[in-house]
Design a protein around this ligand. Structure first.
Ligand code: PRP
Length: 179
């Protein structure tokens, strides 16, 4: 698996430090107000688990699995929900936790969905953002790192469902995905 790695972008130590910093920003923002933390599966599993253990308010863990219909999702607001959360978010603070924002389509649509369900606030934290790939303007409220337009894997991020279990974030060799 490691033979397929071109270069490490963020080491375990860098990730650990940045996740703690992000948690501090989120603690400062929400204070003691309880939040519903929405893990967007599968990619955010490690990041979300690491992040929420540093949060100081009451946190409800919820899991969601979605896929978008491309740009059509943004205009129609439609999202394919493969697994929905178990709780009613009306009047609550929602924190959507993502591993990466690429085109911005998933998060634009997901944020609208929680707003339409009556959430009091909807904030987004992402470990990574790839601004060069945006098709719709979208800015997370809290961002770990901005990454270049490389194929990024590890710490939950996959290529064909592989490499998620790498403890660091790395760029994949071109030869692997251009095969
Ligand atoms: C990734 C990521 C976001 C979405 C971002 O999920 O976790 O949900 O893509 O892309 P966008 O900004 O272009 O909409 P993916 O569909 O790869 O599923 P996974 O997390 O299960 O790997």
């Amino acid at each position: 698996m490691t033979n397929d790695i071109d270069r490490i972008l963020y080491t375990e130590e860098q990730i650990y430090k940045r996740v703690k910093e992000l948690a501090q920003e989120i603690n400062d923002f929400f204070g003691n107000s309880p939040i519903v933390a929405v893990f967007v599966l599968k990619g955010s599993a490690f990041f979300a688990s690491d992040l929420i253990r540093w949060l100081e308010m009451d946190v409800t863990m919820e899991f969601m699995s979605v896929s978008s219909y491309g740009l059509e999702s943004v205009s129609s607001g439609k999202l394919s929900i493969k697994k929905d959360i178990d709780t009613d978010v009306a009047g609550k603070n929602v924190l959507i936790i993502e591993d990466i924002i690429d085109t911005g389509i998933t998060l634009t649509t997901l944020k609208k969905l929680f707003q339409s369900r009556g959430a009091k606030t909807v904030k987004v934290v992402t470990m990574l953002s790839k601004p060069s790939r945006r098709l719709v303007e979208f800015e997370a409220d809290f961002t770990g790192f901005e990454v270049p337009d490389a194929f990024v894997v590890g710490y939950g991020l996959d290529y064909a469902d592989r490499y998620r279990n790498l403890p660091y974030i790395a760029a994949l060799k071109r030869s692997v995905y251009e095969k």
